[in-house]
Design a protein around this ligand. Structure first.
Ligand code: PEP
Ligand code: MN
Length: 360
């Protein structure tokens, strides 16, 4: 996947993070249009709304289906926004393309299913629509290979305007996040495919309104290329994912508080700080090695004088004194105990080596 094309959408500044916003689900024409108009008034250019909703259990709201596509057409006509929706079957692809949806995404439950992914890829190819931007959410389970596999199926079908959406990974039980971010997984994806844009979905990671801002900032700080955020004109009454949706007004507030870091600046500063860390680590290693050398000399002395290697009082005194000093320097006592213990163990090991070394 080394000849991917940028997502590049006419009228949208490619140097800024891509922002996609809209309700979790299209519910009614009124709800879609009121959400879209408000979002457009705050400068949002890409609208999202789920038309078909994959629900964990039957009996919930499973999306309005095809009639909702007519509302997305109206969103385009009235606001000029681009529209995007989730597709999970061949029929969804055909209907969404026929309705002029501009961007498609693959949901987390679908990208975990290679048969479904292949069916969608084939349907896009058969429709001659391989130039459509397509975003692939990570599979629900933390499996980078499965995520990459889904992207490759679309790539093999001829789709080049590909992007990935990081929406977190499910975990058993209750946690702060609805879906665990496991940031190292999207970061590994970035390392493997540097040209693949990665967009963060803080709404589905956090599952709560108050986590949208911090997660978004974290994503931008890590160099993500955009955000997809759920926004509804009346979030408390939303038919799906009510607790994680915000009004367009709040969304606008959140977006305005985010700091888009200057990449060049921040990496330059970071490089300087990292150079300092490298230097300090070198110093630490030198000091450690010096300490162990002295320990071996002590071992030699003890050997010549037939003294035991470990003298408990000395060890206790060292621990006590060092931890006190460390605490004064802002270093945690538990951490210091662990470090000193490890150093002590290695010192003893090296002294025993000296003791058993018959050449000395
Ligand atoms: C959604 O975007 O509303 C959705 C269903 O997300 P996910 O596939 O990430 O659960
Ligand atoms: Mn949702």
């Amino acid at each position: 996947m080394n000849d991917l094309l940028p997502l590049e959408i006419p009228g949208i500044d490619p140097s800024k993070p891509l922002v996609i916003a809209g309700p979790c689900s299209a519910e009614t024409e009124e709800q879609v249009l009121c959400s879209a108009k408000d979002l457009a008034s705050y400068g949002i250019k890409i609208f999202r709304a789920g038309i078909w909703k994959p629900r964990t259990k039957p009996g919930g709201f499973e999306g309005v289906g095809q009639p909702g596509l007519e509302w997305l057409k109206k969103v385009k006509e009235i606001t000029g926004m681009y529209t995007s929706t989730e597709v999970a079957t061949k029929q969804h692809v055909e209907q969404a393309l026929a309705a002029g949806v501009d961007i498609l995404w693959i949901g987390a439950r679908t990208s975990a299913n290679p048969f479904a992914v292949q069916e969608i890829a084939d349907a896009i190819k058969a429709a001659g629509a391989t130039d459509i931007p397509l975003l692939v959410k990570n599979p629900v389970n933390p499996d980078l290979e499965l995520w990459i596999g889904a992207l490759q199926r679309f790539y093999n079908a001829g789709i080049r305007r590909l992007g990935a959406i990081h929406r977190g990974f499910s975990a058993y039980g209750k946690h702060l996040y609805r879906n665990m971010p496991q940031w190292h997984i999207p970061l590994e994806l970035r390392l493997r495919y540097p040209n693949l844009p990665i967009i963060c979905d803080p709404s589905h990671i956090g599952g709560k309104r108050e986590l949208i801002a911090p997660l978004s900032q974290q994503a931008l700080d890590m160099g993500f290329n955009g955000l997809i955020i759920e926004s509804h004109c009346n979030p408390d009454e939303a038919w799906s994912d009510a607790s994680q949706q915000v009004t367009p007004e709040i969304l606008n507030f959140i977006l305005n508080t985010l700091v888009v870091r200057d990449e060049k600046q921040s990496t330059e500063n970071l490089t300087l700080l990292r150079q300092q860390i490298d230097q300090i680590d070198n110093d630490l290693l030198e000091v450690l090695s010096k300490r162990l050398r002295v320990c071996r000399e002590i071992g030699q002395y003890k050997k010549e004088h037939r003294m035991p290697v470990v003298q408990p009082n000395r060890y206790n005194d060292i621990m006590h004194d060092r931890i006190q000093v460390a605490e004064e320097m802002g270093i945690g006592a538990d951490f210091m105990r662990t470090v000193l213990l490890a150093i002590h163990e290695e010192s003893v090991r090296q002294q025993i080596e000296v003791l058993n070394d018959r050449s000395r």
